[in-house]
Write a new protein. Structure first.
Length: 176
């Protein structure tokens, strides 16, 4: 039996600025894997991220911290840290070249999203495939104990839209 159980698959509609997926997290699992594939945009933008509470509303309080290491093929490697933000800026940095036909990808693990006694943590990695290959690794936390029910990903510039994006969410079973 597999340790991963597919919970949801969502595809972005061409022309939308954001994708919200609710009812992902429950008491059934403590760890979730979210994959992002076939990401192409109708412009040049990064992929921003927020958690969504169990009522379906974005959690926008300034309780997000992150650290990201980016490794582009076209310039020097670097790092970004941010604390007390109201979202995660480019949690998987797919910006820059996805509008030119390159496809971006990413995988994110979310820990304890449904717990009301611990913070929600994530680790993520992803990048672009093609002539401008770029990879990122990041880690972050939502510093509150509200139950998280889902996610929202959106364009960081608020103008350019998705062309394609497939989001798959899996629950990770841990045998004891």
């Amino acid at each position: 039996m597999s340790n991963l159980r597919l919970i949801n698959e969502t595809n972005a509609t061409d022309g939308v600025l954001s994708v919200t997926v609710t009812d992902l997290f429950s008491a059934d699992f403590d760890i979730y894997q979210i994959t992002f594939s076939d990401f192409q945009s109708n412009g040049v933008f990064g992929l921003d991220f927020r958690f969504v509470n169990t009522s379906g509303s974005e959690i926008s309080a300034s309780n997000y911290d992150k650290a990201m290491y980016y490794m582009p093929a076209y310039t020097a490697f670097g790092q970004v840290t941010a604390t007390n933000q109201n979202y995660i800026d480019r949690f998987i940095d797919m910006a820059g070249y996805s509008a030119t036909g390159q496809s971006a990808f990413g995988t994110c693990y979310v820990f304890n999203p449904y717990s009301n006694s611990s913070y929600t943590f994530y680790i993520a990695q992803g990048g672009l495939v093609g002539s401008n290959t770029s990879l990122t690794k990041s880690i972050g936390v939502l510093k509150n104990t509200d139950r998280v029910g889902g996610i929202k990903v959106y364009s960081d510039d608020g103008v350019d839209t998705f062309k394609t994006l497939k989001i798959r969410t899996y629950g990770l079973r841990v045998d004891s």
